[in-house]
Design a protein around this ligand. Structure first.
Ligand code: MGD
Ligand code: MGD
Ligand code: SF4
Ligand code: MO
Length: 687
């Protein structure tokens, strides 16, 4: 058998952006492996993506366009040809656009992180149409905005140097599950004597393997960071020269931090003051010290402030001076992407459509026309996302998508919860079947994806669908004829050597080992901005502070428990929930609860429970586990609603409130109560 190996990129929303090698024989993909030549990947993939072949040839892959044949949400469809589907969709969009194109809303996120199958042809199409713009806030906007206001952008340490750190603080991240290739470097550092500290309300598998676990209450990270500063100041573990030359607003921050004794923070965080003092000593006296901040800690009301407070720490101690010191939240801002060439905002031709926040899609689909809101949303085009499962307060999201008068097109690989509500489902190719090009938010290499096999069934790349719709709507601009391979070249223009990408499959960016050793932050002042003039001008606090959760523990008599809902290890958001071998590992939707909280409620191991608040109720199995601290329950996500008991998932309980910065969602700022339920209760409700 003759086999070929095709180089590609993992498309998933994961900081690791692995380089892939797909083995193909007779046009059939046999296996997907990590590219051993690509340093961050090092030849290793996570369990999920090593099953990518199983996912791509899954018997439930959508193979033809489908048109709704039952009531909205029934999930009943009949196959139609591409021509008919595109013709009918184009006609409907044209009719709506003739009244007001802003009544059409694109809804997309990171089903693929690729720049081409993401927002290239799609944005060209929606810009030309004049559709509503989408504020893509659902994951990272609070932390991203915080980093931008403090360091000047999504910039930080280079991944490889974590292996040489002597102290690594893993802050708000379950690295083993969600950032495996960073974890491998942390292990190397550990073997070399580094101390690992994990800061997380959940005792994760990562926390198990660190030397120290600070199991704070959700949404209290800023208080912890300020108390660390307090100790750095009192013990003079500061780099005065670095502070003087490369920071802004030190006097104000100093004054603020001096109000946060470890005792005060201990009260707020629910951890011993001694543990905070010990961490401050470690951080103040160990060099090089690195922080791997991740997005888990910014999904609460004060998430932006917390990320800002943490991002100040390495400038206080001068940790940035060494390559193995500093902080990494996201490296995505280091990629010189030519967004304007890809997305062509010039096609708006002076129009300024309204912007809709994807995190409040539940409310916005249910809103009537008004002068403040603009026209009612009449059509939604969903691609690369599964909002019915992943967006907060899904009771409302479902009611919105269930509107009989809403026209919904879902471009998908599988019949997800969202696809069930479509008028038309259009079958999408997977990463094995299309071209793409990828930046990363965890390393600093561009990775190219070549198609390894022909599209399965009649599946088409997202770009192809938008090209076809553009043609049917009479959009004559040349940019709608550009091929996917050519779009890959456009993405980075002359900033990346495309021949190197074609040859190797990846191309590292040229970035200094210790990018901020001599300051030079990409802020307006060129300094690390403890005080942000820009935030102050928006009427916000210019200095970072602790903001209690919208739903802080103790603020509700009815709902005493805080619920966080981090991802299950073998799913990626709601992707892979339908891959049998992975679902078999996760088994069923679970709520982890501490033994004390369980016994106070008469809940026994393995029981079915009802988790509820004023927004909704969710039935699942309970696991009595030290992974949950007292007062906090962990509802592991993100299951498809239809594979859970009673057809709901954790987002039935989460709220559409927003973060302090970046207009982000607050998935981990959510009070609930839990009670034992009759084992058949969930099933009965579903029936
Ligand atoms: N296996 C797997 N990998 C993934 C994903 C997945 O779904 N599955 N999702 C991908 C995506 S979309 C993203 S954005 C990244 C996210 O990557 P990370 O930000 O690393 O996210 P998680 O691994 O979800 O870790 C979040 C952790 O934050 C903790 N946490 C919750 N609330 C708080 C808090 O208030 N303070 C602190 N300190 N910690 C808190 C949770 O318990 C959880 O362990 O991971 C990506 N990788
Ligand atoms: N409760 C709770 N909710 C959360 C989170 C949480 O931690 N807790 N995490 C949040 C976070 S961090 C994120 S990023 C969001 C994620 O939200 P989404 O970005 O919506 O992620 P997925 O659920 O993985 O859905 C992506 C979908 O895109 C499809 N897809 C993949 N590739 C392609 C393609 O090339 N073309 C097309 N047309 N479709 C494709 C996949 O089949 C999949 O169904 O969820 C958020 N929701
Ligand atoms: S999901 Fe992350 S770890 Fe897994 S293969 Fe993709 S990039 Fe690598
Ligand atoms: Mo995310």
């Amino acid at each position: 058998m003759v086999t070929t190996e095709i180089r590609g990129a993992c498309p998933h929303d994961c900081p690791d952006t692995c380089a892939l090698v797909t083995t193909v024989a007779d046009g059939v993909a046999l296996k997907v492996q990590g590219n051993p030549q690509h340093k961050p990947t090092d030849g290793v993939l996570c369990t999920k993506v090593s099953r990518y072949v199983e996912r791509s040839y899954h018997p439930e892959r959508l193979l033809t366009p489908l048109k709704r044949s039952g009531p909205k949400g029934s999930g009943r469809f009949e196959p139609v040809g591409w021509d008919q589907a595109l013709q009918e969709i184009a006609a409907r969009l044209q009719a709506i656009a003739a009244r007001d194109p802003q009544a059409i809303l694109p809804y997309s996120y990171c089903g693929t992180m690729g720049l081409v199958q993401g927002e290239s042809m799609a944005m060209r199409f929606f810009h030309r149409l004049g559709a509503s713009l989408l504020d893509r806030t659902i994951c990272a906007s609070a932390g991203g905005e915080a980093l931008t206001q403090t360091l000047g952008g999504k910039v930080g340490m280079k991944l490889e140097f974590f292996a040489q750190s002597k102290l690594i603080i893993i802050w708000g991240s379950n690295s083993i599950a969600s950032n495996l290739h960073f974890w491998r470097l942390a292990q190397l550092a550990k073997r070399d004597g580094a101390r690992l500290v994990c800061i997380d309300p959940r005792r994760t598998e990562t926390a198990d393997k660190c030397h120290e676990h600070i199991q704070l209450l959700p949404g209290t990270d800023a208080a912890l960071a300020l108390a660390l500063m307090h100790e750095l100041i009192l013990n003079d573990w500061l780099d005065h020269d670095y502070i003087a030359q490369h920071t802004l607003g030190w006097e104000g921050l100093r004054e603020r931090a001096l109000r946060w004794t470890p005792e005060r923070a201990a009260q707020v965080c629910g951890v011993p003051a001694g543990q905070i003092r010990a961490l401050a000593r470690d951080y103040g006296t160990t060099k090089p010290a690195a922080i791997r901040l991740n997005y888990g800690m910014q999904r609460v009301r004060g998430g932006g402030n917390a990320a800002r407070a943490i991002a100040c720490l390495p400038a206080l101690t001068g940790a940035w001076r060494e390559a193995a010191g500093g902080l990494l939240l996201s490296s995505s801002g280091m990629f010189p992407i030519d967004k304007a060439a890809l997305q062509r905002p010039d096609l708006l031709a002076g129009r300024t459509p309204r912007t809709i926040n994807m995190s409040t899609i539940g409310d916005d689909l249910l809103r009537q026309a008004s002068p403040a809101f603009g026209p009612q949303v009449e059509a939604v085009i969903v691609y690369n996302s599964n909002p019915v499962a992943v967006a907060p307060e899904s009771g409302k999201v479902v009611r919105g998508f269930a509107r009989e008068d809403l026209f919904t097109v879902v471009m998908e690989q599988f019949q997800t919860d969202t696809a069930d509500y479509a008028d038309y489902i259009l079958p999408a190719t997977t990463q094995l079947e299309h071209w793409d090009i990828h930046p990363s938010y965890g390393h600093t290499d561009v990775v190219l994806n070549r198609p390894a096999i022909a599209p399965v069934g009649q599946a088409r790349p997202n770009t192809e669908v938008f090209r076809a719709l553009a043609q049917r709507l009479g959009f004559a601009e040349d940019c709608f004829g550009q091929t996917d391979e050519s779009l890959c070249r456009t993405a980075f223009g002359g900033n990346v050597d495309f021949d190197e990408l074609l040859r190797e499959g990846f191309a590292p960016l040229a970035i200094a080992d210790a990018p901020f050793a001599q300051g030079g932050f990409p802020t307006a002042s060129g300094r690390c901005e403890f005080f942000s003039e820009r935030l102050a001008r928006q009427g916000l606090d210019g200095l970072p502070d602790h903001l209690p959760n919208h739903e802080a523990i103790g603020s509700s008599a009815n709902y005493p428990l805080a619920m966080i809902s981090p991802p299950a290890r073998n799913f990626l958001n709601s992707t892979f929930v339908n891959v049998t071998s992975l679902r078999d590992i996760e088994r069923e939707p679970l709520l982890e609860i501490n033994a004390a909280d369980a016994s106070a409620r008469g809940i026994t191991a393995g029981a079915t429970v009802r988790v509820f608040n004023d927004r909704g109720e969710y039935f699942c199995k309970v696991q009595i586990s030290p992974r949950a601290r007292p007062g906090v329950v962990n509802g592991l996500g993100i299951w498809w609603r239809k594979s859970g008991l009673a057809g709901t998932n954790v987002n039935e309980l989460t709220s559409q409130k927003l973060t302090d910065m970046g207009r982000g969602p607050v998935f981990y700022d959510c009070l609930v109560e839990v009670e034992a339920a009759d084992a058949s209760a969930g099933a009965r409700r579903a029936a």
